[in-house]
Design a binder for this molecule. Structure first.
Ligand code: FES
Ligand SMILES: [Fe+2]
Length: 402
């Protein structure tokens, strides 16, 4: 694909993003509304990076498999007999049917529903019944089964997340996620356990996520969670309590747990996220480009894997993690409910306005409508609060202009 962002939105709009934050503009509205720009993002950006595909706990046992769409492409995630997670394009090598239609467990083979070709959990074609008129399918005429394996996608598991890299050239996953560990002060994320997920869809562009990586909106949008401006800023000095930082593919809003004034979280009796000896405990909502947020709170991790579906449509797969058996025990059921209420709201509805998630999604949907206006191009950033979204726009352009 030879197109660039400039060829779609114009050189001036790109140059405006590239300016220092004090005079920069954000990406123009067409970057949020046009099909052409969305396709460019899929080809040059999303398919050339590590994309989060699922939570590892969704396929816990050998023989478990699930279909997902990542960067617009159907893939299969499967746990092999050896316990390792693999990823394959969900495209049958016979006539191109999607081999796997829904999540399944305990499979020995993945069987295509169209003509029953069967693939092993390692992607190898095992059977093509009656292809040549014989039950085996290759008794009369040769069928190069090796060449007709499912096409593998590079894949990596990091803590609770399965990532895929279609281009195959992204740096090693440990390298990619090192800034995340740094921002979290090496919190023991692996000690957390998956407690389940909730899926909501919102009618807005996927980039709203990175655009939202600032605390400026907190008190205005998340009333009830952040009640006053002084929760986020020292109104005497104008200094923020949290650190909006960015490095590599990660944005954070890191905050010392003991930071003044009192941290706006209730004690729910849930065990706290462990940190290594000598490391200060922090909270750190993190956004890892391009599509996963991993939000370290005091006693839980809320993580969203975003699936960009269309310029104005995104699916949010929201998983929750708690320490050890607090993820499942009856004893902590009330604590989990309180923690999840904060994110999803007591009504547990995307259309309510009672949790951090539905409050954000509501704003993003309204921004998406406004992006259709001819006057929506020239957006400015606060150098104090909004360095992260400015960095995010520049990062995307690095790929789209290449
Ligand atoms: S398309 Fe899959 S078996 Fe024919
Ligand atoms: Fe928010």
């Amino acid at each position: 694909m030879h197109e660039t962002a400039s060829s779609i939105v114009g050189k001036e709009a790109v140059a405006a993003v590239r300016r220092p934050i004090e005079t920069a503009w954000g990406l123009p509205a067409a970057a949020y509304t046009s099909e052409e720009f969305f396709r460019l993002e899929q080809h040059k950006y999303l398919r050339n990076m590590w994309m989060a595909a699922a939570f590892e706990a969704e396929i816990p046992e050998p023989g478990d498999a699930m279909p997902v769409i990542v960067a617009g492409l159907p893939i299969i995630l499967v746990r092999g007999d050896d316990g390792e997670v693999g990823a394959f394009h969900n495209v049958c090598r016979h006539r191109g049917m999607m081999v796997l239609g829904k999540r399944c467990q305990g499979q020995k083979q993945l069987v295509c529903p169209y003509h029953a070709w069967g693939y092993g959990l390692d992607g190898k074609l095992i059977r093509a019944p009656f292809f040549d008129g014989t039950p085996e399918g290759d008794s009369k005429s040769a069928l190069d089964k090796e060449a007709l394996s499912l096409v593998r996608v590079r894949c990596a598991v990091w803590r609770h997340w399965i990532f895929v890299d279609f281009g195959g050239k992204a740096p090693r996953i440990e390298e990619h996620l090192q800034p995340l560990l740094d921002f979290m002060n090496d919190a023991d994320v692996g000690a957390m356990r998956y407690a389940g997920k909730v899926e909501w869809e919102f009618q807005a562009n996927w980039k709203m996520v990175g655009d939202n990586w600032e605390n400026y909106h907190h008190v205005y949008v998340h009333g009830g969670v952040f009640a006053k401006m002084s929760d986020d800023i020292d109104v005497q000095t104008g200094k923020l309590w949290s650190a909006p930082l960015h490095k590599g593919c990660v944005l954070t809003l890191r905050r010392r747990i003991e930071a003044a004034p009192s941290y706006p979280f209730k004690d729910t009796g849930l065990p706290l996220i462990p940190f290594p000896e000598g490391k200060e405990r922090v909270t750190a909502p993190n956004f890892v480009f391009p599509n996963v947020e991993i939000d370290l709170v005091r006693d839980n991790i809320s993580s969203i894997i975003y699936e960009p579906v269309a310029p104005d449509r995104t699916i949010a797969k929201m998983g929750f993690f708690f320490l050890g058996n607090a993820a499942t025990s009856d004893e902590h059921a009330e604590g989990r409910k309180i923690a999840m209420d904060r994110w999803l709201g007591p009504a547990r509805s995307k259309d309510a306005n009672d949790g951090v998630r539905n409050q954000d999604f509501r704003i993003w949907e309204a921004i998406q409508i406004a992006k259709g206006s001819p006057v929506a191009d020239a957006n400015v950033f606060s150098p104090l609060w909004e360095g992260n979204p400015h960095y995010f726009h520049n990062h995307i352009l690095d790929y789209l202009e290449a």
